[in-house]
Design a protein around this ligand. Structure first.
Ligand SMILES: Nc1nc2c(c(=O)[nH]1)N[C@H]1C(S)=C(S)[C@@H](COP(=O)(O)OP(=O)(O)OC[C@H]3O[C@@H](n4cnc5c(=O)[nH]c(N)nc54)[C@H](O)[C@@H]3O)O[C@H]1N2
Ligand SMILES: Nc1nc2c(c(=O)[nH]1)N[C@H]1C(S)=C(S)[C@@H](COP(=O)(O)OP(=O)(O)OC[C@H]3O[C@@H](n4cnc5c(=O)[nH]c(N)nc54)[C@H](O)[C@@H]3O)O[C@H]1N2
Ligand code: SF4
Ligand SMILES: [Mo]
Length: 693
C-alpha cells in the first residue's frame, strides 16, 4: 500500500483559506486535516470541510456530462459523452456569437476561490468570445467600495495580531460560523483580558459569547458609527496628533457628526442612549489609555441600501482614536488587497482585442434574463454558462430568477459537482473536479499567506477541471491562441506578480512544496499613515466620493424597506428579515451532505416571542414568510435571539431539499446598494403567518 500526504488549500468562499493535509492511500483520499504548522489554520478545519472526503466521494457526484430530457427545472437528464456535449455546446454558441457574442453570459462566483479554477481559463474564453461581462458583485463590493474611499484599499489589521487587542468590536459578523480561525484569536484575546462587543441585530453564536451585545436594527450601522463619532468628538476622546498628520476632512466631519446626538442615534438604531454613549466611551477611552482597539467589520452591515456608506463610516473610527498606531489595532474588512494577484496574466484581457462588451450585474440576473433586446440593454441573453455558482438558490428575488432560467429559448450550460437547483435548469451539465482533483493557487481574504493546492487524487469518473473544460470549449469554438494551451501548472505559476514588493518572491515550485508563504506586510500598516488613498491620508472627506455623485462625508442612508423610509410597505410587512449564513453550510455548498444537513435540521425562522405571540405562533409551528415578491415556509423557533421586529432565517438552503421547494431568496429583492452595485439581501420587509394545515 502506498500512503502519501498532499498539501492542499481550502477552496471555499471563507476568509480563512486553510492549509490542508490530504492523506492518500492507493490513489484514494482517506483523510483531510488542518496543517498544524500553518499559523492561522493551526491544525483545525471547520466541521464542513472536515467532511470534504464525504463531499468528494458523495454518491450523487456528477461523473459524466448530461443532457436534459425533462422540463427545465425538473432535473431529468441522460448521460452523454464529452464529445457530444462539447459539440452540442459549440453548435449552439456559434450562431449566437456570430450575431452578437454579448448575448452569451458567464455566471460565476466563488464556488472555488482558486485563481486558476476560478476565472483564469474561463475569462480567457469569454474575453476571446466577446461575451457579456458579469459584474461579480453578489458579496463584498459595497463594503469594498466604502472601505476604499476611506482607507484606499482592502488592507487592514493582520488576523494574527488580534489576540493582543484590548477591545474588539465584532461588527456585523459571526466568526464562530463563518471565520472560525479569527474566532480562535478573539478567544485568546478574551483570555488575555480583552473586551469583546458584538454589534448585530441577531444574538448569533458569536454575539452570545461576547461581553456585550448591541442588537441594533438591520441597516442602521452607519448611524451608530456617526453617533459614536459624535461622542468621541464631544468628549475629546481623539488622537489629535494622528488626525492632524494622517487624515483629511476632520473639520467637516466634526460639523457632520454634530447632528448625530446619542438620542437621535439611539432612536434610529432601535437601541438605548446608554448603549451608544457606552460603546463610544469604551472605544475612545481604551484607545486613549494607549491600548490597541480593533474592529472586525464583516458582511452583515453591507447587505442593505446604505451598506457601502456603513462600512465607510465604521472605517473612519480607527484614525479618529489613533488605533492604527498598534499592530493589534485598526480595522479588518478583508486582507485581499494585500495580495499581488496577477489577474492580467491569468485572465488575459488582451484577448478582447479592443472590444468592450456590456456588463450584466449578477444580482439582477432575474430581471435581466427576462429582458428583451433594447438600445439600453443590448441583445437579449440567449445563453448562460454557469460555473462555481448556484444562482437559483443564492441570487435575490428567486421567483424572477426561476422565470428567467425557465425560458425555453435560453441555452444553459452548468459546470458542477452536483445536480444543484441551478443544474436542474441546464440543457447540458458538465462534471467538474473538486479541490482534491485539481491544481490551484489561492490568495485569502482573512490572512496574509499565498496558498498552494496540489492535486491529491485523479479526477473522479469523467469529471474535468474548469480550466480543461474551457480549453476544450475554446478548441471547439476554433480559438487557437496559445493562451488556450497553457496548463494548470503554468497558470498557477503566474498567480502572483513578482514585481510587487508585497510578495517575498513568489515561486510556484517552492510554494507547491511548502503549501503556504506569508506576504511581506508591515505589522502595523498605517502606524505612520501612508494610506493608499488619493491624498495618502485616511479620508473623512472624500473628493472621489463627491466626483462619483456621493456624499463626500459620512452619512446615514436608510434602508429601502423600513418603517421610517417606507411606512406604507411596513404597514403590510412589518418585520425586517435577514438570512445570514448557517454554520454547517457554505452559502449553498454542503447542503446536500447528509451529516451537515442533519445538524441544521430543516429551514427555520427565528422570531421574537412578542412578534410570535401577536401572530398566534407557537414554537416549532410551521410558518409562512411572505411579501410582494414571494413566499416560503419554515419551522418557527420562538426565541429572543431575534430582537423584536426582526426575523432570521439562517441560509442558504437548496430549494429542492426544503419541504416547499423554496428558500429565503423568494422574498429578497434585486435592488442594489448605494455603492459597489451590491445586493440588499438584508434590506427586506416581510409578514409572517402560521401555516394552517
Ligand atoms: N459557515 C459558513 N461560513 C461562511 C459562509 C457560509 O455560508 N457559512 N459564507 C462565506 C461568505 S460568502 C461570506 S461573504 C462570509 C460572511 O461572513 P459574515 O459577514 O461574518 O457573515 P455572518 O457570519 O452571517 O455574519 C453576519 C452577521 O451580521 C448580522 N447582520 C445582519 N444584518 C446586519 C446589519 O444590518 N448590521 C449588523 N451590524 N449586523 C447584521 C447577522 O445577524 C450575522 O450574525 O462568510 C463566509 N463564511
Ligand atoms: N439570502 C441570502 N442569499 C445570499 C447570501 C445571504 O447571506 N443570504 N449570501 C450571498 C453571498 S455573500 C454569496 S458570496 C453568494 C454565494 O453564492 P455562490 O458563489 O453561488 O455560492 P454557492 O451557493 O456555494 O455555490 C457555489 C457552487 O459552486 C460549485 N463549485 C465548487 N467548486 C467548483 C469547481 O471547482 N468547479 C465548478 N464548476 N463548480 C464548483 C459548488 O458545488 C456550488 O454548487 O450567495 C449570496 N446569497
Ligand atoms: S471553510 Fe473556512 S474554516 Fe472551513 S476549512 Fe475552509 S477555510 Fe477553513
Ligand atoms: Mo459572500
Amino acid at each position: 500500500m502506498t500512503k502519501t500526504l498532499v498539501r492542499a488549500a481550502c477552496p471555499h468562499d471563507c476568509p480563512d483559506t486553510c492549509a490542508i493535509l490530504v492523506t492518500v492511500e492507493d490513489g484514494v483520499a482517506t483523510e483531510v486535516k488542518g496543517d498544524p504548522d500553518h499559523p492561522t489554520t493551526a491544525g483545525v478545519l471547520c466541521t464542513k470541510v472536515s467532511r470534504y472526503i464525504d463531499r468528494t466521494y458523495h454518491p450523487d457526484r456528477l461523473l459524466t456530462p448530461l443532457r436534459r430530457v425533462g422540463r427545465k427545472g425538473e432535473g431529468k437528464f441522460v448521460p452523454i459523452s464529452w464529445d457530444d456535449a462539447l459539440d452540442e455546446i459549440a453548435a449552439r454558441l456559434k450562431p449566437i456569437a456570430a450575431r452578437d457574442p454579448q448575448a452569451i453570459l458567464p455566471y460565476s462566483y466563488c464556488g472555488t476561490m482558486g485563481l486558476v479554477q476560478g476565472e483564469a481559463m474561463a475569462m480567457r474564453f469569454f474575453n476571446r468570445l466577446g461575451a457579456s461581462f458579469l459584474d461579480r458583485t453578489v458579496c463584498a463590493t459595497a463594503g469594498f467600495t466604502g472601505y476604499k474611499y476611506t482607507i484606499g484599499g482592502s488592507i487592514g489589521t493582520d488576523t494574527e495580531q488580534f489576540q493582543d487587542a484590548r477591545l474588539i468590536l465584532v461588527w456585523g459578523g459571526n466568526p464562530i460560523a463563518s471565520n472560525l480561525h479569527l474566532w480562535t484569536r478573539l478567544q485568546e484575546a478574551k483570555r488575555r483580558g480583552a473586551t469583546l462587543i458584538a454589534i448585530d441585530p441577531y444574538r448569533s453564536l458569536t454575539a452570545e459569547k461576547c461581553h456585550q451585545h448591541i442588537a441594533l436594527m438591520p441597516g442602521t450601522d452607519a448611524a451608530l458609527a456617526l453617533g459614536m463619532m459624535h461622542v468621541l468628538v464631544k468628549e475629546q476622546l481623539l488622537d489629535h496628533d494622528y488626525i492632524e498628520r494622517h487624515t483629511i476632512g476632520f473639520a467637516q466631519l466634526k460639523d457632520r457628526v454634530a447632528e448625530w446626538t446619542p438620542e437621535r442615534t439611539a432612536a434610529t438604531c432601535g437601541i438605548t442612549v446608554e448603549e451608544v454613549v457606552g460603546l463610544a466611551r469604551t472605544y475612545g477611552r481604551t484607545a486613549q489609555q494607549g491600548e490597541p482597539v480593533a474592529i472586525r467589520v464583516n458582511y452583515g452591515v453591507q447587505r442593505v441600501r446604505g451598506g457601502g456608506m456603513a462600512v465607510r463610516n465604521i472605517a473612519c473610527l480607527p484614525a479618529l482614536v489613533g488605533a492604527w498606531r498598534h499592530a493589534a489595532g485598526g480595522i479588518q474588512l478583508s486582507t485581499s488587497g494585500s495580495f499581488p494577484a496577477d489577474k492580467v496574466a491569468l485572465q488575459r484581457p488582451d484577448l478582447l482585442r479592443g472590444k468592450l462588451p456590456r456588463t450584466i450585474n449578477m444580482n439582477t440576473i432575474g430581471d435581466d434574463l427576462q429582458r428583451e433586446a433594447s438600445p439600453d440593454f443590448g441583445p437579449k441573453i440567449e445563453a448562460v454558462i454557469v460555473y462555481n455558482a448556484n444562482p437559483l438558490a443564492i441570487a435575490p428575488d428567486s421567483v424572477q430568477v426561476q422565470r428567467g432560467f425557465e425560458r425555453e429559448d435560453l441555452f444553459t450550460v452548468v459546470l458542477e459537482h452536483f445536480l444543484t437547483d441551478t443544474a436542474d435548469y441546464a440543457d447540458i451539465v458538465l462534471p467538474a473536479t473538486t479541490q482534491l482533483e485539481h491544481v490551484d493557487a489561492h490568495l485569502s481574504y482573512g490572512h496574509l499567506y499565498m496558498m498552494a493546492n496540489n492535486a491529491a487524487i485523479a479526477p473522479l469518473g469523467a469529471s474535468k477541471p474548469n480550466t480543461e473544460i474551457f480549453r476544450l470549449l475554446a478548441q471547439r469554438m476554433g480559438f487557437d491562441d496559445p493562451a488556450f494551451r497553457e496548463t494548470d501548472e503554468e497558470l498557477a505559476a503566474k498567480a502572483f506578480n513578482n514585481k510587487d514588493v508585497r510578495a517575498i518572491h513568489f515561486d510556484w515550485e517552492s510554494l507547491k512544496r511548502t503549501g503556504w508563504q506569508k506576504l511581506n506586510m508591515p505589522a502595523a500598516p498605517f502606524a505612520e499613515g501612508g494610506f493608499p488613498t488619493p491624498s495618502g491620508k485616511c479620508e473623512f472627506y472624500s473628493s472621489t466620493m463627491l466626483a462619483d455623485g456621493l456624499d463626500p462625508l459620512p452619512a446615514y442612508i436608510p434602508n429601502y424597506e423600513s418603517a421610517a423610509s417606507s411606512p406604507a410597505l411596513a404597514a403590510r410587512y412589518p418585520l425586517a428579515m435577514i438570512s445570514p449564513p448557517a454554520r454547517n453550510f457554505l452559502n449553498s455548498t454542503f447542503v446536500n451532505v447528509q451529516s451537515l444537513r442533519a445538524t441544521e435540521g430543516e429551514p427555520h425562522l427565528d422570531i421574537h416571542p412578542e412578534d410570535a405571540a401577536a401572530r398566534g405562533i407557537a414554537d416549532k409551528e410551521m410558518v409562512r414568510i411572505f411579501n410582494d415578491r414571494g413566499a416560503f415556509v419554515a419551522r418557527a423557533r420562538v426565541t429572543a435571539r431575534a430582537r423584536a421586529g426582526l426575523v432570521v432565517g439562517l441560509s442558504i438552503w437548496w430549494k429542492k431539499l426544503a419541504s416547499d421547494g423554496k428558500n429565503a431568496n423568494e422574498v429578497t429583492s434585486q435592488r442594489l446598494t448605494d455603492m459597489g452595485r451590491a445586493p440588499t439581501f438584508y434590506d427586506t420587509l416581510v409578514q409572517v403567518e402560521k401555516v394552517v394545515a
